[in-house]
Design a protein around this ligand. Sequence first.
Ligand code: DGY
Length: 335
Amino acid sequence: MAGKPKVFVTRRLPAAGLDRICQQCETEVWPEQMPPPYDLIRQKVADCDGLVSLLTDRIDAALMEAAPRLKVVSNYAVGFNNIDVAAATARGIAVGNTPGVLTDATADMAFCLLIAAARRLVESVHYAQAGQWKTWEPLGHLGQDLAGRTLGVVGMGRIGYALARRCRFGWDMQVLYHDTYRHEKAETELGARSVDLDTLLRQADFVSVHTDLNETTRGLFNAERFEKMKPTAVFVNTARGPIVIEKDLIAALKNGVIFAAGLDVTDPEPPEPSSELLRLPNLIVAPHIASATVGTRNAMAEICANNLLAGLSGQPLPAWVNPEVASKRRTSASG
Ligand code: DGY
């Protein structure tokens, strides 16, 4: 490769990763708070060797088709549903993500939403701020107990396991989980039981979603599934918004089908300002902040830089979404 590889970075990232990218590559960083429009990314990557993308950037076949030199897309996220991975593989483009380092931060946020929704924290704070707090009320602001209850984890991967651990050892909860694979460590260490989804929905007091977004999980939580949950149940989603049919969740919350919910992800993001999601007292919506700690975002930036630089030099990516691309990767010569 003559000179430094050319890279487009779709947002400012922590220096922990971005500094190395800037030192080793001819780098253009999109400076705005809002994402670059799709057409602009497409135009920018036309002569790039590498792309650093965010979960808000759609990286599809047409965009990659317009980037004949592109060797690597390094996504600054563990989720990569924004990227057409099959299209990248077909074109010899390596794709990287940032797994592992955001497990604890995301599990903390899932628990934060769980306990805040169960204890009606946000609603109560708004009540106090609005000057409505007149006295201590024996029957006011009653929420749900956590200790000894049952957690249902849908998708027992790294984050689901980390949440289950917190709930098992911190709150003495029973753990049920539903996944396509058995999680032996969760079973032996936490006594978790693998059950079908219906059983989980009927028996869990808290249902927390930790699956990928794919064609099987899109719309998984619909009216029928909420109907199966306990009227005292709390539902939490820190995975991806489209796993939930939001109008069905809104109806379930308004009609007392379930007790409360906490979302860190919505569909779309952000919700329309007029959306009922932002108005229900028994729903907490956070702006997709589960990985938003200084340490986690720095660690994500480091992995993201490592993936990018490995991809540019033809090395295996440390966190490689499509290792099957190895035999047909684009090289500088083919670029
Ligand atoms: C991810 O990484 O996929 C999260 O949603 C944001 O950190």
